[in-house]
Write a protein that binds this ligand. Structure first.
Ligand code: FES
Ligand code: FES
Length: 166
């Protein structure tokens, strides 16, 4: 199977039945995407598949043949903080991560939301992020981070500037 991940094409043996999450973490060493519940309840494993957010723990890798995937590693345009996307910088500035385990999924959900709707209301942000749970309860700060990007506080490198915008 062929899969484009963060702009890079991979040709893989599809003999093993893997989830997309296992493929990303175990075959491609892209461990930014987290395994938490493994059953579609928490959103920690959220990635973009052809521009749509999916729970990669519930997505069969074989079904992704020919697809384009964006993971949290693809949000930044290079190394170091200056290369981070606006939503990544906003999460840092607004202190929106505590343990950080939910953060990659939260970032992918927020990135997709803002690509679709650059000026969401607070209710639209809450709705767009509702598939991603945070056991540390950082929801107000996550809302503040998404709100800040939507309000242009981190303007200068649009969300669309990452490897593979929605
Ligand atoms: S690990 Fe996939 S939804 Fe929780
Ligand atoms: S920051 Fe700990 S689960 Fe969200």
């Amino acid at each position: 199977m062929r899969l484009t991940v963060n702009g890079r094409v991979h040709t893989l043996d599809s003999a093993l039945p893997l989830s997309l999450l296992e493929l990303l973490r175990d075959r491609l060493a892209l461990t930014g995407t987290k395994f938490v519940c493994g059953r579609g309840e928490c959103g920690a494993c959220t990635v973009q598949l052809d521009g749509e957010t999916v729970y990669s723990c519930l997505t069969l890798a074989e079904a992704c043949d020919g697809a384009t995937v964006l993971t949290v590693e693809g949000l930044a345009s290079g190394g170091g903080e200056p290369s981070l996307s606006p939503i990544q910088r906003a999460f840092i500035a607004k202190d929106a991560a505590q343990c950080g385990f939910c953060t990659p999924g939260q970032l992918m959900a927020a990135h997709t939301l803002l690509a679709r709707n650059p000026h969401p209301t607070d209710d639209e942000i809450r709705s767009g992020m509702s598939g991603n749970l945070c056991r540390c309860g950082t929801y107000p700060k996550i809302l503040a981070a998404v709100r800040a990007v939507a309000d242009g506080e981190f303007a200068g490198s649009a969300e669309a500037g990452s490897v593979n915008a929605a």
